[in-house]
Design a protein around this ligand. Structure first.
Ligand code: NDP
Length: 323
């Protein structure tokens, strides 16, 4: 089968289309023929080595496909079913084997492209808004990279929960999209001080929570944007890793809470995985949640897809297809 392989960490040119053997599912796995493959920012961290996977590997952490083989112990899904999966590597390929625990049936009435767009990014936004810091009505929360893949879903979940949302973006097109999604205060954090904007939007009090996927460039300003006892949910490092801090800083800045959660620990059982995925699918189907596909590339052009993401050009989900 055709697959993108990474043999050394580095730039997008490390993503090479190769022929590799068709994988066989283990007893607890299914094999999918991929229909729509998701591209996520974490794929960039894996490729550059900032969050390395053992080399060589096939990138890609989510996809929608059709089951074409099941392991001996699998009873939950069957050959021929359309399913979506997330949180296991190997999606940039014609076929991928994944634990059945991390796969869910896609409702027939749901566009598979939207299901793929909402899988890892929608489920991440779901746990961030409901578990990492559960958004409460009347709170003010900050969502960085609000027009990005996770950001768009997070804005929508926070608005649904009744929060006032401050969203940061780096271009006018992203600002317009964030406003359209319901962001109350849009801040161009590439040129304006977002901490000052948060203070202004909250009569000086600061935000109840900041969801920060940008990391190094925003981390300290995110702490400064919080009110006493506020929560910083750090969940990515698009601008680079943060420097270590003395935990006492959290006391000095107002008894703050700091967490660095991952989706892996919020889909620990098949039930938790399917409940979260089905909540996202239900929102897409009843119109309370919108998924935006930004760009689609051929599997062979995965390098161009990564370059698109890394130059901050995407406004939503980037997808791959094989012919
Ligand atoms: P996005 O579509 O959000 O793309 C990343 C965005 O980050 C860019 O569009 C850009 O938005 C912003 N950004 C800020 N600084 C930089 C920079 N120096 N280089 C590149 N981009 C920058 O990607 P995803 O939706 O796939 O992921 C969003 C974040 O969430 C990532 O950091 C990812 O690792 C993290 N994540 C974490 C998970 C977890 O469970 N912990 C799970 C899934 C994702 P702008 O131009 O507006 O600044």
């Amino acid at each position: 089968m055709k697959a993108i392989r990474v043999h050394a960490h580095g730039g997008p040119e490390q993503l090479r289309l190769e022929d590799i053997p068709l994988p066989e599912p283990a007893p607890d796995e299914i094999r999918l023929r991929t229909d729509v493959i998701g591209v996520n920012y974490v794929d960039v961290y894996h490729r550059t080595g900032s969050m390395p996977l053992p080399l060589p590997y096939t990138p890609g952490m989510d996809a929608v496909g059709t089951v074409d083989a099941v392991g001996a112990d699998v009873t939950e899904l069957a050959v021929g079913q359309r399913v979506a999966y997330a949180e296991a590597p190997g999606a940039y390929a014609e076929f991928v084997t994944v634990p059945v625990r991390l796969a869910v049936a896609v409702p027939p009435e749901l566009d598979p492209r939207l299901a793929a767009a909402a899988m890892l990014q929608g489920m991440t936004a779901h746990y961030l808004a409901h578990d990492a810091h559960p958004v409460a009505r009347g709170e003010t929360v900050v969502v960085h990279a609000a027009a990005g893949g996770v950001g768009q879903f997070l804005v929508q979940f926070a608005k649904r929960a009744g929060a006032r949302v401050v969203g940061t973006v780096s271009s006018d097109a992203k600002a317009a999209l964030a406003a359209e999604l319901g962001v109350d205060t849009v801040v161009r954090y590439d040129r304006d001080d977002f901490t000052a904007a948060v203070r202004a939007a909250t009569d000086g009090a600061g935000a109840h929570a900041v969801y920060d996927s940008v990391g190094r460039r925003t981390f300290h300003a995110s702490l400064d944007a919080l009110r006493p006892r506020g929560s910083l949910v750090l969940f990515g490092q698009a601008s680079g890793k943060t420097e270590p801090i003395d935990p006492f800083l959290l006391a000095q800045k107002g008894s703050l809470k700091l967490t660095w959660p991952t989706l892996t620990h919020h889909v620990l059982t098949r039930e938790e995985f399917t409940t979260r995925a089905e909540a996202v699918f239900a929102g897409l189907l009843d119109g309370t949640l919108r998924a935006r596909v930004d760009a689609e590339f051929a599997l062979a052009d995965a390098a161009a897809a990564h370059a698109h993401l890394e130059r901050r050009a995407s406004l939503g989900k980037v997808l791959l297809h094989h012919p």
